[in-house]
Design a protein around this ligand. Sequence first.
Ligand SMILES: Nc1ncnc2c1ncn2[C@@H]1O[C@H](COP(=O)(O)OP(=O)(O)O)[C@@H](O)[C@H]1O
Ligand SMILES: [Mg+2]
Length: 149
Amino acid sequence: MFIELVEEDDGDRWRREFAGVPEEAREVRRFLRSLLAECAFLDDVLLGVDELAVNTIRHTRSGRPGGRFVVEVRWRQRDPEEKEGERVVVWVRDEGGPHEPAIPVGDDEFAEGGRGLLTLACTAETWGWFGDASGRTVCAVFAEPGCAV
Ligand SMILES: Nc1ncnc2c1ncn2[C@@H]1O[C@H](COP(=O)(O)OP(=O)(O)O)[C@@H](O)[C@H]1O
Ligand SMILES: [Mg+2]
């Protein structure tokens, strides 16, 4: 398992590349769990990022044979002196494709798909994406309730 540590001014960022196959979603969860074992809202992060990993495999070129995707994580622990709450930022970078991440609009409450980004929107404080057909990054910010992100 190759994990890269990127040191930044405002904390450390951990990066790992994964193969774009469904079995890797479990490895993504293990990676997050190993880094964020002490995180107070770990299960929200796991639930939300699992959807991002699955989307990358299902909806982007990362899911084609030989495709890869990259997960980066930054964890800021609670700092009572600075009055800053705990916060986790996760980036999932794919190899792009024709689609764009968007919560589907529609009133079919029994639809089988289209729940992933909705789940992310419920578990994360905020989320968004950038990039284009050659590669996109979905970013999600998780924070303890009431914490300014
Ligand atoms: N990383 C991504 N790159 C491009 N398109 C995406 C990505 N993630 C999601 N999408 C698009 O957003 C839609 C909604 O995603 P989601 O809510 O997870 O529902 P589902 O995966 O069940 O279709 C997907 O159907 C897909 O078209
Ligand atoms: Mg999905």
